[in-house]
Write a protein that binds this ligand. Structure first.
Ligand code: CMP
Length: 142
């Protein structure tokens, strides 16, 4: 089925001047961008986005990092977008990510790992709504 996933080009991706390269690869892999913006999360909005991880030992570090600079959230559309995108970006820990994936090529650590991808259709919808209003989502067949 055609699905949508929410991705974030994280602050490390922006700092390393990789917005263009990562976006090029996303499009090359067949994901259609149907919403996109640059924004900066506060500690509050970053904490809200990652609320499911609130009790994890890395939560404070994660919130600190995600609010450390601008990021680029996008909604992507494709057949089997959720699973295909997670394969495309590679494992959360870049040392375990497959060769040629975004995280294997660009990420420094499990915390600073360049990019986010939704883990289910349901979470993708919630995450998309966290960043975008309905009016900001467009049709894009290209
Ligand atoms: P993401 O897929 O965006 O969603 C949860 C994030 O938590 C994950 O990417 C990692 O960046 C981060 N994370 C997971 N495990 C750790 C860890 N052990 N230390 C720091 N950050 C982590």
């Amino acid at each position: 089925a055609v699905e949508r996933t929410l991705t974030i080009l994280k602050p490390d991706c922006v700092r390393k001047n990789l917005i263009g390269e990562v976006t090029r690869r996303i499009q090359e892999a067949g994901f259609r961008i149907v919403a996109m913006k640059m924004t900066r999360l506060t500690k509050d909005t970053a904490g809200g986005f990652y609320a499911v991880h609130k009790e994890r030992p890395f939560f404070d570090e994660l919130v600190e990092f995600m609010s450390s600079g601008p990021c680029v959230p996008m909604i992507l559309e494709k057949e089997n977008a959720i699973k295909d995108f997670r394969e495309f970006i590679g494992a959360t820990d870049p040392s375990e990510a497959e060769e040629g994936t975004i995280r294997a090529d660009f990420a420094d650590s499990v915390g600073e790992n360049i990019i986010h991808g939704s883990d289910s259709v349901e979470n993708g919808k919630k995450e998309a709504a966290y960043f975008f209003s309905e009016a900001e989502v467009v049709a894009n067949k290209a």
